[in-house]
Design a protein around this ligand. Structure first.
Ligand SMILES: [Zn+2]
Length: 386
């Protein structure tokens, strides 16, 4: 793969930074990967190829490209990091190639800004909100580790971009609703909000690639566009413990998406998803804005969560087990039927493990109907997996 033509253009009030992907070992058309933003966010974006190398390394490995030639310069630290990540992917998924990363203008040192400033990724989901909440509880606002900004992405949902490569208007409207909530939160919690649009998910060759290798790289990639403003960007764990099954955000390699200009740091690797949900129910904005929904369908009537998808159901199971679903206004539903639980998709081992976390609290809450539904669903998953 060749990454070429780093471009930086402004149109219709949005600044777009992009690079073209040219495939060498695949019969695939030339593609363009972009990130774009408006307003104050556009003013601080820093066009650099490191972001694109991070986004494309997993793609190149998954589709067996022999090299990733970046027609620009890359950070020296990232050169080593990409090699580490690639080797982990190769061990986990033998179908991957070991990609030779090259930079036509060489590998150079990059520098963080003189003043330390930390940002985090925040979509409104449980993991990102927990990272923000814990940071605010742990640090005074003037501490260098205190979060100064949150980056939120449009374009990481499969349905955000249509087959012609256009941003889907209804999805943009839903994104603007999220931005509205996170802006209210920004006023309350003293951070800057940076909404960024990208087409990265539309380049992913399927769901399996995205959840195994693409998701974490996409989030780390956009972080590198904030060179010069933030020296560190936090990446919330999936809530699956410090040694989760192979998945695209993983403590074993998250930090290797770093440059010397912007370090990537895993957060809450030690916490379970259930612990994070419990923490958020003790916080007004957690109860109001918690948005774990997959957004396969945009929730109707301005609802924050659909209450139907796998992630909504899993989160509601946790809240029922904690005895707190009634208090969480982000969900309109106040209970679940066992058949709804049995019918949710379980796509990989990580999801199965997360679903199993709900069993203990539900037993204590006396909800044996939901416990049996989970056990039946997990039994079906493990039976069909082999
Ligand atoms: Zn949902």
């Amino acid at each position: 793969m060749i990454l070429t033509r780093l471009a930086d253009n402004t149109a219709n009030g949005l600044r777009r930074i992009s690079m073209d992907l040219v495939w060498e070992n695949n019969d695939r058309p030339r593609q363009t990967l972009y990130f774009e933003a408006g307003g104050k966010t556009a003013e601080i974006l820093h066009a650099n190829a490191n972001a694109f190398a991070i986004a494309c390394l997993p793609l190149a490995a998954w589709l067996n490209e022999e090299r990733l030639l970046v027609e620009d310069k890359l950070c020296k630290r990232l050169r080593y990091g990409l090699s580490s990540i690639n080797q982990v992917f190769k061990q986990w998924f033998p179908r991957c190639s070991l990609v030779d990363v090259q930079a036509s203008e060489g590998f150079q040192t990059t520098r963080p800004p003189d003043q330390r400033r930390v940002a985090t990724l925040l979509s409104g989901g449980v993991d990102g909100l927990a990272t923000l909440r814990i940071n605010r509880l742990d640090y005074p606002l003037d501490h260098p580790e205190s979060i100064k900004a949150c980056i939120t992405l449009f374009g990481i949902n499969k349905f955000d971009i249509d087959e012609q490569g256009n941003q889907v208007p209804e999805r943009l409207d839903a994104f603007e609703a999220v931005v509205g909530r996170l802006s209210e939160l920004a006023d309350a919690e003293n951070y800057e909000l940076h909404p960024v649009r990208t087409n990265i998910r539309s380049l992913a060759p399927g769901y399996s690639f995205w959840v195994k290798m693409g998701f974490g790289a996409g989030h780390s990639a956009v972080s590198q566009l904030f060179q010069g403003t933030y020296d560190k960007v936090l990446l919330a764990s999936d809530g699956d413990g410090p040694n989760p099954p192979p998945v695209a955000i993983h403590p074993v390699f998250n930090q290797h998406f770093s440059t010397d200009a912007v370090r990537i740091q895993s957060e809450q690797d030690e916490m379970t998803r259930l612990q994070k949900i419990d923490l958020l129910t003790d916080w007004e904005y957690g109860r109001r804005f918690m948005q774990p929904c997959h957004y396969v369908h945009i929730p109707e009537g301005g609802a924050i969560n659909c209450g139907e998808c796998e992630k909504c159901v899993r989160t509601m199971l946790s809240l029922i087990g904690l005895g707190k679903l009634d208090e969480v206004s982000a969900f309109e539903q106040k209970d679940l039927k066992p058949i709804r639980v049995f019918l949710i998709p379980v796509s990989h081992a990580g999801k199965a493990k997360l679903l199993g976390q709900a069993i203990g609290p539900l037993q204590k809450a006396g909800r044996s109907d939901l416990v049996w539904a989970i056990r039946a669903r997990l039994a079906l998953y493990y039976l069909l997996r082999h």
